[in-house]
Design a protein. Structure first.
Lengths: 241, 201
C-alpha cells in the first residue's frame, strides 16, 4: 500500500485535529473473579485489564523479601487486528510491552508494604487500532485503583507522533504505520513524572518537549475519564437503593 | 464534608498522620479509594487489603497441619502460623479456626495465638476494608444480625466470616448488602428493615 497523505487541510484521516484525542470510555469491574478490573474503549481499541493479588509469589525464586514483585502480561487476541498477531500468546513485541508496563507500575505501587508477594496485571487486547500499549496502561491503572492496592498516583499514557511535519496526538493504526515518528508516554498526573517514554522515528529535541506538553495537556482529559469511571461505579450502587 | 477520594488525590495541603495516605512535598495524598472527612479528619478506605495488627481476631482455614507448626490460610497476602508449642488445641487440615494475631514476622508471616476450632457452619469472604462497618460502632451492627437471625457468627478482621445455624442465608444476604452499601448513609436502618421483613412473611 502506498503512503497516504495523513493530514489534509489541517484535518487527519478520521477528521480529527492534530491535537485531539479519540473518545475514551471506561467501565469498572467487568471481571468478578479479579481483585480489580477495568474495560476501556479508546476509539476502536477494546482492552480488558485485570489485577490479581497481592498473593504469594510463585515460583518461589521470583520472591523478593523486601517488596512485592509486579508481573505483567500484555497479549493481543488472535482476532484483534487485521494483520499479524495470528498466534495467541506472547511474542517478541508482547514481551517488550509487558516489560515496559511492569516498570510503569513498579514506580507507582507501594510495593514495600507486601514483602514476598506478587501482583499480577493482565492486559488483553480484544480489538486493536494503534496505541494499545498506552490504552493498556491507562486501563490497568484504573484496575489497580479498583482493586484497592495502594498507589502513589494513577498514571495515564498516550502517544504523540509526527506526520507531515505536524505533531499529532493519539495516533491510530494507519498513522502509526506511515508517520515519521511515534512516541508513547506514560505520566503520573499529580507529580508530572514520566514513567515511560519510547520513541520510534525521528524528532528534534524541541519537538519532544512540545510533544510532552501536548501529552500533559491531554492527560487532564484522560485522568478525568479515569476518575469519573471510578466515582460513577460507587454512585451506581447509591442510585440502586 | 464527606467525599470520595481516589489514589493520588491531594486531601490536605499540610502533612497529616492518617492510615492509607502518604505525605509528599508537605502534602497529604490518598493511596486508595476511600471516604475522607475533613471535619473529623478521618479516612475510611472503600477498597483495600488487610493489614494485620497484633490483638486482632481472625478466622482462617487450616492448610497444612504439621508436627510443630500449622499453616493457616487467611485469604490475604500473608500466611498464618500457629506454633504448636504455645497452643494446646490440635487441628487437622481443613479445620476452620478462630485465633488472635500475636505478632508480625518481617517476612510477611502472621503468628497466631489462642486458636479455637469452629465446628460445622460455612465461611464467606468479604472485602477486609468493610469489616469495621460490618461490626458497627461497639459491635452494634453484627449484634443486630445475630439477634434477629439467631445465627452464630464469628467475624475475622481478615475478611473471612464464619456463620452457623439460625437463618444463616438471611445473615449472609445482610452481610453482603453491608459490603456493597457501606459508603451510603442510613445503612443500619436499611439492614434493620431487611431483617424485619422476612420474619413477617
Amino acid at each position: 500500500m502506498e503512503k497516504p497523505t495523513l493530514i489534509i487541510n489541517g484535518k487527519r484521516l478520521d477528521g480529527r485535529d492534530p491535537g485531539t484525542m479519540r473518545q475514551i470510555k471506561i467501565s469498572i469491574n467487568p471481571i468478578k473473579n479479579a481483585s480489580g478490573s477495568a474495560y476501556i474503549e479508546w476509539g476502536n481499541n477494546k482492552i480488558v485489564s485485570a489485577v490479581y493479588g497481592p498473593r504469594e509469589a510463585l515460583p518461589r525464586h521470583t520472591q523478593d523479601l523486601n517488596k512485592a514483585v509486579i508481573k505483567c502480561r500484555y497479549t493481543m487476541a488472535p482476532f484483534s487486528s487485521l494483520e499479524e498477531h495470528g498466534r495467541p500468546g506472547m511474542n517478541r513485541r508482547a514481551i517488550e510491552i509487558s516489560k515496559v508496563t511492569k516498570e510503569v507500575f513498579e514506580n507507582v505501587v507501594l510495593t514495600d508494604l507486601f514483602p514476598g508477594t506478587e501482583i499480577n496485571i493482565f492486559i488483553e487486547v480484544l480489538q486493536s487500532d494503534g496505541g494499545t500499549r498506552a490504552a493498556g496502561i491507562t486501563c490497568a491503572s484504573v484496575a489497580l485503583a479498583a482493586s484497592g492496592i495502594p498507589m502513589r498516583d494513577m498514571p495515564f499514557a498516550v502517544s504523540v507522533g509526527k506526520a507531515e511535519n505536524t505533531l499529532i496526538l493519539d495516533m491510530d493504526k494507519t498513522e502509526d504505520n506511515y508517520s515519521t515518528a511515534d512516541m508513547p508516554i506514560a505520566i503520573n498526573p499529580r507529580t508530572k513524572e514520566i514513567n515511560l517514554l519510547q520513541m520510534d522515528g525521528e524528532l528534534t529535541s524541541e519537538e519532544i518537549h512540545r510533544g510532552i506538553e501536548m501529552v500533559i495537556k491531554a492527560g487532564e482529559i484522560i485522568t478525568k475519564t479515569q476518575k469519573d469511571a471510578l466515582l460513577e461505579h460507587y454512585q451506581k450502587i447509591e442510585e440502586r437503593i | 464534608m464527606r467525599k470520595i477520594v481516589l489514589p493520588g488525590d491531594i486531601i490536605a495541603e499540610k502533612p497529616l498522620r492518617l492510615d492509607h495516605t502518604i505525605v509528599e512535598n508537605g502534602k497529604t495524598c490518598s493511596t486508595v479509594i476511600g471516604m475522607y472527612d475533613d471535619e473529623k479528619n478521618s479516612f475510611i478506605p472503600m477498597e483495600g487489603l488487610w493489614y494485620p495488627v497484633p490483638g486482632e481476631k481472625i478466622v482462617g482455614i487450616v492448610e497444612e497441619a504439621k508436627l510443630n507448626t500449622d499453616v493457616i490460610g487467611l485469604n490475604a497476602p500473608y500466611k498464618g502460623l500457629i506454633i504448636s508449642k504455645f497452643s494446646e488445641t490440635s487441628v487437622v487440615n481443613g479445620d476452620i479456626i478462630e485465633a488472635v494475631v500475636k505478632e508480625l514476622d518481617k517476612t510477611g508471616t502472621v503468628i497466631l495465638s489462642r486458636p479455637r476450632v469452629l465446628f460445622g457452619g460455612k465461611v464467606i469472604a468479604i472485602k477486609p476494608s468493610k469489616v469495621p462497618r460490618l461490626l458497627g460502632k461497639q459491635d452494634t451492627m453484627i449484634r443486630q444480625i445475630t439477634e434477629k437471625t439467631k445465627a452464630s457468627i464469628s467475624v475475622g478482621m481478615n475478611g473471612l466470616i464464619w456463620i452457623k445455624g439460625g437463618d444463616s442465608d438471611i445473615a449472609t444476604k445482610a452481610i453482603m448488602r453491608i459490603q456493597d452499601e457501606s459508603h451510603i448513609p442510613g445503612l443500619t436502618e436499611r439492614i434493620a428493615q431487611m431483617l424485619e421483613t422476612p420474619s413477617k412473611e
